[in-house]
Design a protein around this ligand. Structure first.
Ligand code: BG6
Length: 505
């Protein structure tokens, strides 16, 4: 049970019958309810165009929600009583007057006017919804706080991101806007900060003197699934790198914040994004590789090529894979290369951050194996969440032969700890007014500033889109991009023992 209940409040979800709402948002709030965070007066108000009664929506959202199928029926019934529904036309002011009338009733019934407006809608609606909410007075905080949550993508490029921020700021203050990046809700991502700043053994080494390179991989074995229409206008750079992966970079590379509060942390992250060395056209040709998965067979299964997927232009040049080598221009990271890659239809679903330390300067033990295997610290973001340190150990017996061994921590071993799902953690933070794990407008723009030249070059310059078959780690050009003797990407694969337990080799 939670120690602290959240304040009375109302969660208004636009896009109430959409996939994200049913799959992630309602299950996350239900978990918070089960853990005792919600008060008697907590309400969810689902909003969309379709007309449902409260009872019909309680069934769709809770009682018959396939993502809550395994839950206790009595608990679900009790939770469903907190849920109501209003149908409105989201593009017309009249719809928001209707919504406001309904909310006034709920304000009376619950005695609170605190509201979170969650825009689980296509991004094209962000502007119109926020404008109309403000128009009917629902961004006004004179009686109770009002917060707005939006999902990525925050803009399509630098110009549209700036434009969106400016439009949102006409209706809400920056401290009312919560830009969600679900990677920041992952326990293992938050742990990057703790590992760095709560241990005295890592931070002194966390710089160009000791770190040789940093690698971040986020791969998926699935293709674009049913999202071809969206993905074809987005691509891996916009879908993953501009947000999730640059967020990871910022946590790995930022300076220690003065305090653990939203402003201090977000100031450091923004400063880090501003220190990313701008990519020239030549850098983009050489150090940014894009790829697209081709039709192929893998492990006896046939996979369609990206261009054959539903909703995708058969001539599409949209990238389903992207890899970038870049540098950070500050004292800590001068000349340390950062390599980031992401892709669909790779051999496995995996996200990890790999810190490669420099080899020891004095080679006492003339053992080639150790020389090639420097100390490596791996943060396994998912799956097999954990932290792994590789170091040299004497092989028992004669001489001084050295072998690399693993010190490995797995979250699964914390049997008595509850690890909340990303949306659960992030929603709870917003309910409590903590924006630390949400992206601030200036930092979103700074991240776009880095990515924008790549988008422009890909549009105007003759830069190849390499094909790669399913089950590979992307195009050859990306596989070979890590330069240096005996150096390559760490290609994580699922290693399971006979008992099905994960083990690192
Ligand atoms: C989403 C992207 O933001 O993140 C998807 O739009 C991607 O394309 C997903 O599949 C990956 O999230 P996770 O948590 O499964 O790594």
């Amino acid at each position: 049970m939670a120690n602290v209940k959240i304040e009375d409040q109302i969660l208004v979800i636009f896009g109430a019958s959409g996939d994200l709402t049913l799959r992630k948002l309602i299950p996350a709030v239900f978990n918070l309810y089960k853990r005792g965070y919600l008060t008697e007066n907590y309400r969810i108000l689902g909003v969309s165009r379709t007309s449902y009664t409260d009872e019909e929506y309680q069934k769709i959202g809770v009682l018959d929600n396939p993502h809550l199928a395994k839950e206790d029926a009595d608990e679900l019934l009790d939770f469903s009583k907190h849920v109501q529904y209003e149908s409105i036309s989201t593009s017309e002011l009249a719809g928001y007057e209707k919504l406001n009338d309904r909310l006034q009733l709920i304000f009376k019934e619950t005695g609170t006017t605190n509201c979170i407006f969650y825009l689980s809608t296509p991004p094209s609606l962000y502007e119109v919804v926020s404008k109309n909410l403000a128009q009917v007075g629902l961004s006004d905080e004179s009686k109770g706080w009002k917060r707005l949550i939006i999902e990525k993508p925050f803009g399509y490029d630098l110009a549209t991101a700036k434009d969106l921020n400016a439009k949102l700021l006409e209706c809400f203050e920056e401290n009312q806007i919560y830009r969600i990046d679900h990677y920041l809700g992952k326990e293992t991502v938050q742990n990057l900060l703790v590992t760095r700043f709560a241990n005295s053994i890592f931070e002194p080494l966390w710089n160009r003197n000791y770190i040789h390179r940093v690698e971040i991989t986020s791969g998926e074995s699935v293709g674009v699934e049913k999202r071809g229409g969206y993905y074809d206008k987005s691509g891996a750079l916009r879908d993953m790198i501009q947000n999730h992966l640059l967020q990871l970079v910022s946590l790995v590379a930022m300076e220690p914040p003065a305090r653990m509060d939203a402003d201090s942390i977000r100031n450091e992250k923004t400063k880090l994004f501003q220190s990313l060395r701008p990519l020239t056209d030549e850098d983009i040709r050489k150090n940014v590789i894009r790829g697209q998965y081709t039709g192929s067979s893998y492990k006896g299964e046939k996979f369609a090529g990206y261009r054959e997927e539903e909703g995708v232009d058969p001539q599409s040049r949209t990238e389903t894979f992207a890899a970038i080598k870049f540098f950070i221009d500050n004292w800590r990271w001068a000349d340390v290369p950062f390599y980031v890659r992401t892709g669909k239809r790779l051999p496995t679903r995996v996200s990890e951050v790999v810190i490669h330390f420099k080899p020891s300067h004095h080679h006492l033990f003339s053992n080639r194996r150790l020389a090639n295997n420097q100390n490596v610290l791996v943060f396994r973001i998912q799956p097999n969440e954990g932290v792994l340190l590789k170091f040299g150990l004497k092989v028992p017996g004669a001489g001084f032969n050295v072998e690399t061994v693993n010190m490995d921590f797995l979250y699964d071993e914390l049997t008595d700890s509850y690890v909340p799902e990303a949306y659960e953690r992030l929603l709870l933070d917003c309910m409590q007014g903590d924006a630390t794990l949400y992206a601030r407008g200036d930092s979103v723009e700074a991240a776009w500033d880095f990515v924008d030249p790549i988008l422009k070059a890909w549009k105007t310059e003759d830069i190849p889109v390499y094909g790669y078959p399913a089950g590979t780690w992307g195009p050859e050009a990306a596989i070979n991009m890590i330069e240096g003797e005996n150096m390559s990407w760490r290609n994580p694969c699922k290693n399971l023992t006979n008992d099905g337990v994960y083990c690192e080799l």
